[in-house]
Write a protein that binds this ligand. Structure first.
Ligand code: ASP
Length: 309
């Protein structure tokens, strides 16, 4: 029997000490576990890795704790603009959306772009038209409101700064969410969803919806979902770089993802982390920040739900 496995993240970086209470920690871990189980049960029942990563991300998008869907960060215009992408490692099909507003579940929209359109990447108005055509649920602004995110925005709204939702220095953290999975047929997939960075403007787009940067899957190598300082992850083509190290340098999943997160991206000046699986069901979850909201489970007994190192 092939190994099935899933890994999820709710962003690298953590709340500054003092803001993380044990109660809040329990809340984070409870949602992470729920998302993990939602994906794992699909794999256990013989379902596809694509369905598993979508379902896991849906749970995280529907929680206000993470910077994706409900709870997405505020833009400079005090609104929410979300990005998401999904990729199927068997076919190399992919779907991505960017600069969308009000969509309850951006990851399902990205999946529809992959499955119901001829395109890979839809943005802005056009993506919204496509969402309406396919009857995606649209929520009003109040659905996405979160007190903490609003506070983070109020603190920097009059500056030119834009900030990651969980950065080391301030109270910010990267709350992007993602999932990667390997199913019983050894097909792998990756999904990533985010509200991007607090106070972003000018139509800023991060790495999360960019295939190869924040999200990538190829049965030959690995499935990857990233979180971190998007500008650096785009320039480092992080997700694809891990795949390249495996394909061309024969690195293992762990070696390749460590090399990229703990060396290459640091040299560029970026911080963050990623989750990865390969088609043998191996899992890696490296990060170069203080913590990363993460969880994983596989049929060979591995199971973890953690935040800090
Ligand atoms: N990578 C995301 C972005 O730059 C942020 C995050 O990981 O939270 O949009």
């Amino acid at each position: 029997m092939n190994t099935i496995s899933i890994a999820i993240h709710g962003g690298a970086g953590t709340l500054v000490k003092g803001m993380m209470t044990s109660e809040l920690e329990t809340q984070y871990k409870t949602v992470l576990k729920k998302a993990l189980d939602a994906g794992y049960v699909i794999l256990e029942n013989g379902g596809s890795s694509v369905d598993a990563v979508e379902k896991a991300v849906l749970v995280l998008e529907n929680s206000h704790l993470f910077n994706a869907g409900k709870g997405a960060v505020f833009t400079a215009d005090e609104t929410h603009e979300m990005d998401a992408s999904i990729m199927d490692g068997k076919t190399l099909n992919a779907g991505a959306v960017s600069l969308i507003k009000g969509i309850k579940n951006p990851i399902s929209l990205a999946k529809d772009v992959m499955e119901k359109s001829e395109h890979v990447f839809l943005a802005g108005e056009g993506a919204m038209q496509f969402a309406k055509m396919h009857k995606h649920t649209i929520e009003d602004e109040s659905y996405f409101y979160d007190e903490l995110r609003h506070q983070q925005w109020l603190e920097i709204k009059d500056s030119d700064r834009f900030q990651l939702d969980h950065a080391k220095k301030k109270d910010s953290k990267f709350g992007t969410v993602g999932a990667v999975a390997c199913d019983v047929n050894r097909n792998i997939a990756a999904a990533t969803s985010t509200g991007g960075m607090t106070n972003k403007k000018f139509g800023r787009v991060g790495d999360s919806p960019m295939i190869g940067a924040g999200n990538y899957a190829n049965n030959k190598t690995c499935a990857i979902s990233c979180t971190g300082s998007g500008e650096f992850f785009i320039r480092g083509v992080v997700a694809y770089d891990v795949a390249c190290l495996m394909e061309h340098k024969n690195c293992s999943l762990k070696e390749a993802s460590n090399e990229v997160i703990n060396k290459r991206i640091l040299e560029l000046g970026g911080d963050g982390g990623l989750i990865a699986v390969d088609s043998k069901g191996n899992i890696a979850m490296p990060f170069n920040t203080e913590g990363m909201y993460r969880a994983c489970k596989s049929s060979n007994g591995e199971e973890e739900v953690s935040i800090y190192k």
